[in-house]
Design a binder for this molecule. Structure first.
Ligand code: GDP
Ligand code: IMO
Ligand code: MG
Length: 420
């Protein structure tokens, strides 16, 4: 068996939660491999919305094992809150969730460092979700971090205190006031919640499950343009969101990766700061935001909106080795008479089709225009029934990327999905 991977090809919020939820009946195991509670994955079914942050989107399906892999960073407070909400819904979380020992812990002081660092950056801030993601990954690569497995060690408190004091000294360098007393108490309660779960040797477990013939779906968080190496640096997150991140974050070899499902919105959004070549500042942008309900699932912040960017999409399809494309939120474009797609950038009078080192304001997107379909496609369930204008749009994307669009989403609900 192989591990199939679902990941976002833009700046996050492409609809990964929905897709994982739709695909889970075909898999026995769902595994998160990077990121942390900066993610917000929404699932709509039975007229309800559920937002997941650290817990894999397979949690609502019977019999699915949900693994939090070693590449994830976990905040015990937020984890416990999510567990609490799921238990209220009657989900048997302890039976379904397993947490890798090597996943790193987000400390209360990591959150403070995130906030202090962002405040100090002023206008140049990343627009972080302030969940402590960056500082925790810094401690991981800096070889200072605390891991989930450490909560089982007799010296846990000592190690916690040592790392906390290191952070306190760092925080003293900022003009930043904070009080973690209350959060710290919740954090230790969260650690107790974590102890109720099966803590696993993630890499051994994942490979064992594969060898037993179990289907594993790896669920990415964020999107490829937020990848720390290949995204719009420094306006990125601190993990490898691309497909290779699934190997690192779960301990699976590259030759055990199977299908790579690349998810994109039929247009483009971004939350937080940083370059966005096709961003629209006009009424069309506002319409996309309103119709698409483009507000952050975690922070409630407005998502910036713009047209689909084929230069970026081809780039992320390449980096990830995408084998199947999944187009989301197609219904949001129902009422636009003309739909545009950036097919190249003009930079300093030159036409550029390769995603460049720097994506700054010097870029002018070169658009190709498509006639809109001007009708409601939400009820369509077979590809044949889509209007010709819609098919032209989809087939153009397939031609440009060289990858088939296998799933089309026409609404937030599980049911509003067309598999070709
Ligand atoms: P994720 O972070 O990639 O899981 O995506 P989010 O959950 O943050 O954001 C996607 C939003 O779009 C959620 O509110 C979804 O319910 C919603 N959504 C997903 N697919 C569709 C779709 O096809 N049409 C519409 N209108 N909304 C969708
Ligand atoms: P999902 O999984 C959209 C953005 C933040 C900020 C930058 C760095 O729901 O798609 P961080 O908190 O990681 O230090 O923030 O990355 N960001 C996301 N944007 N969706 C996400 O996750 C995101 N996670 C982080 O807005 O610009
Ligand atoms: Mg999201």
């Amino acid at each position: 068996m192989k591990v199939d991977v679902v990941l976002g090809l833009q700046w996050g919020d492409e609809g990964k939660g929905k897709v994982v939820d739709v695909l889970t009946p075909d898999y026995q195991v769902i595994a998160r491999f990077q990121g942390g509670p900066n993610a917000g994955h929404s699932l709509h079914f039975a007229d309800k919305v559920h937002v997941l942050r650290s817990i894999p989107s397979g949690i609502f399906r019977d019999n699915a094992i949900n693994i939090i892999g070693n590449g994830v960073v976990l905040d015990p407070v937020m984890f416990a809150q999510e567990i609490d909400e799921l238990e209220k819904l009657g989900v048997d979380v302890t039976a379904k969730i397993r947490v890798a020992k090597k996943a790193h812990l987000i400390l209360p002081t990591h959150r403070m460092l995130d906030a202090a660092s962002e405040a100090a950056k002023g206008k140049a801030k990343i627009g972080s979700t302030l969940k402590g993601i960056g500082p925790t990954y810094m401690d991981k690569t800096g070889r200072n971090g605390l891991r989930v497995g450490d909560i089982l060690s007799p010296s846990f408190m000592e190690r916690y205190e040592r790392l906390k004091q290191k952070h306190v000294a760092m925080l003293a360098q900022f003009d930043f006031e904070y009080d973690i007393t209350e959060y710290e108490a919740q954090w230790f309660q969260g650690v107790e919640t974590l102890r109720r779960f099966t803590i696993i040797e993630g890499e051994h477990e994942v490979n064992r499950l594969l060898n037993e013939g179990k289907g594993i779906l790896a669920e990415g968080a964020q999107g490829s343009l937020l990848d720390v190496d290949y995204g719009t640096y420094p306006f990125v997150t601190s993990s490898n969101t691309v497909c290779a991140g699934a190997c690192i974050g779960l301990g699976v070899a590259p030759n055990r990766i199977g299908e790579v499902y690349g998810i994109f919105k039929a247009y483009c959004t971004r939350v937080g700061s940083g370059p966005f070549p096709t961003e629209l500042f006009d009424q069309t942008g506002k319409d996309l935001q309103r119709i698409g309900h483009e507000f952050g699932a975690v922070t409630g912040r407005e998502r910036r909106c713009g047209w689909l960017d084929m230069v970026a999409l081809k780039y992320t399809t390449m980096i990830n080795g995408v084998t199947q494309l999944i187009m989301m939120k197609s219904d949001v474009l129902n009422t636009f008479p003309t739909i545009k797609v950036a097919v190249a950038y003009e930079i300093g009078g030159r036409r550029v089709t390769e995603f460049p080192y720097e994506t700054n304001e010097e870029i002018t997107p070169i658009y190709r225009e498509f006639e809109g379909w001007n009708c409601d496609i939400n009820k369509i369930r077979r590809y044949e029934d889509f209007p010709q204008q819609f098919k032209t749009y989809v087939e153009f994307i397939e031609q440009e990327t060289g990858v088939p669009v296998k799933i089309i989403s026409v609404g937030p609900d599980r049911e509003e999905t067309i598999v070709r």
